[in-house]
Design a protein around this ligand. Structure first.
Ligand SMILES: [Zn+2]
Length: 74
């Protein structure tokens, strides 16, 4: 059963396919964890405004505030 990869390993293996949605989501989570380590989690990367709590609750990996997201498309 050594070849039977668990869900996390399967998701990591898919990171080589940028078109894969799971890999994309995982990358966004990695980015969010990096921001937590730097102490800038919850702040918009574009304008520096604190991201709305309701928005972070809905999408904890959000990088931009609502108004900037409409500009960047992320
Ligand atoms: Zn912003």
């Amino acid at each position: 059963m050594d070849k039977d990869l668990g869900p996390i390993e399967k998701r990591l293996a898919r990171r080589t396919r940028p078109q894969d949605q799971a890999a994309h989501d995982l990358q966004r989570i990695d980015d969010a964890l990096g921001r937590m380590e730097r102490g800038c989690f919850g702040y918009c990367e574009a304008c520096g405004t604190q991201i709305d709590l309701a928005r972070l609750t809905k999408d904890p990996a959000a990088r931009c505030c609502a108004s900037c997201e409409t500009k960047t498309g992320d």
